[in-house]
Design a protein around this ligand. Structure first.
Ligand SMILES: NC(=O)c1ccc[n+]([C@@H]2O[C@H](COP(=O)([O-])OP(=O)(O)OC[C@H]3O[C@@H](n4cnc5c(N)ncnc54)[C@H](OP(=O)(O)O)[C@@H]3O)[C@@H](O)[C@H]2O)c1
Length: 245
């Protein structure tokens, strides 16, 4: 990867973990496409922070569950900044319910974003990412925890890991690394929504560090895999979770 022209796309880059990844990759010299689905204000704020620090960024709306979204994001990135060198498949949704209570619509919605969005991101990157680039997709440590109510969400992330490990073998000849980051609980809207403080505290104490992860804990790990120090790491899932499992 050249130092001069580094361009990253971060899906769901406007909030939570994605916002931290966008800002970190910009700080590491990438021009960043900050994708968002609905909340333009948050995306613009991330772009302003990046530009205020001397970086380059562009907010691009698009729902990764829509079949044309990833193509549009690559088109926008190439037009604004040049060839894409890093893709971070970060956009994701989580709805926790016992398997017996999950509606078909909820199952389909989680699959459409978490599996469908990531699949189309991986496919577009397989065809358009610059040689020697990097792909990082967000899984979750719940894949290995088997906790009640996480059945469908964990299944979608297991699919992300499977596609990642296969694609790593398909793209290695071009010097492209393909990895997953599997965070434990991270203090974001997605994690905190609907959880009473007592439950949050119980989850905090599951970690030997007795705290939740921060978005920056995760963006550091993404920056490592996407950066020059991660070039011999591919086909891996890095469980960035404060030792929770
Ligand atoms: N937080 C955790 O504890 C945790 C743990 C393990 C894994 N993860 C994974 O980490 C990733 C980020 O999670 P987070 O906690 O940062 O989530 P978050 O705080 O809910 O932020 C989600 C971001 O994704 C965007 N987004 C949602 N649906 C989208 C769609 N269909 N298309 C494009 N963008 C979409 C949102 O934009 P809008 O607001 O505009 O919709 C927002 O920028 C997810 O893949 C999640 O599964 C999170």
């Amino acid at each position: 990867m050249t130092q001069e022209r580094k361009t990253a796309i971060v899906t769901g880059g406007s909030k939570g973990i994605g916002a931290a990844i966008s800002q970190r990759l910009a700080g590491d010299g990438h021009a960043v496409v900050v994708n968002y689905a609905r909340d333009e204000t948050s995306a613009r704020q991330v772009v302003e922070v990046i530009e205020g620090a001397g970086g380059r960024a562009l907010a691009v709306k698009g729902d990764v569950a829509e079949p044309g979204c990833m193509k549009s994001l690559f088109d926008a990135a190439e037009k604004a900044f040049g060839p894409v060198t890093v893709l971070v498949n970060n956009a994701g949704v989580m709805h926790c319910e016992p398997v017996g209570a999950v509606s078909d619509a909820d199952f389909d919605a989680q699959c459409a974003v978490n599996i469908g969005g990531t699949f189309r991101g991986l496919r577009e990157a397989a065809n358009r990412l610059a040689d020697n680039g990097a792909i990082v997709s967000l899984s979750s440590s719940v894949v290995g925890l088997y906790q009640p109510t996480y059945g469908v969400y964990a299944a979608t992330k297991a699919a992300v890991e499977a596609m990642t490990h296969v694609l790593a073998r398909e793209l290695g000849a071009r010097g492209i690394t393909v990895n997953c980051i599997a965070p434990g609980p991270v203090e974001t809207e997605l994690f905190l929504a609907g959880k009473p403080e007592a439950m949050v505290e119980k989850i905090r104490q599951m970690s030997p560090f007795s705290r939740l992860g921060t978005p920056e804990d995760i963006s550091s790990a993404v920056a490592f895999l996407a950066g020059p120090d991660g070039r011999w790491i591919s086909g891996q899932t890095l469980r960035a979770n404060g030792g929770i499992i």
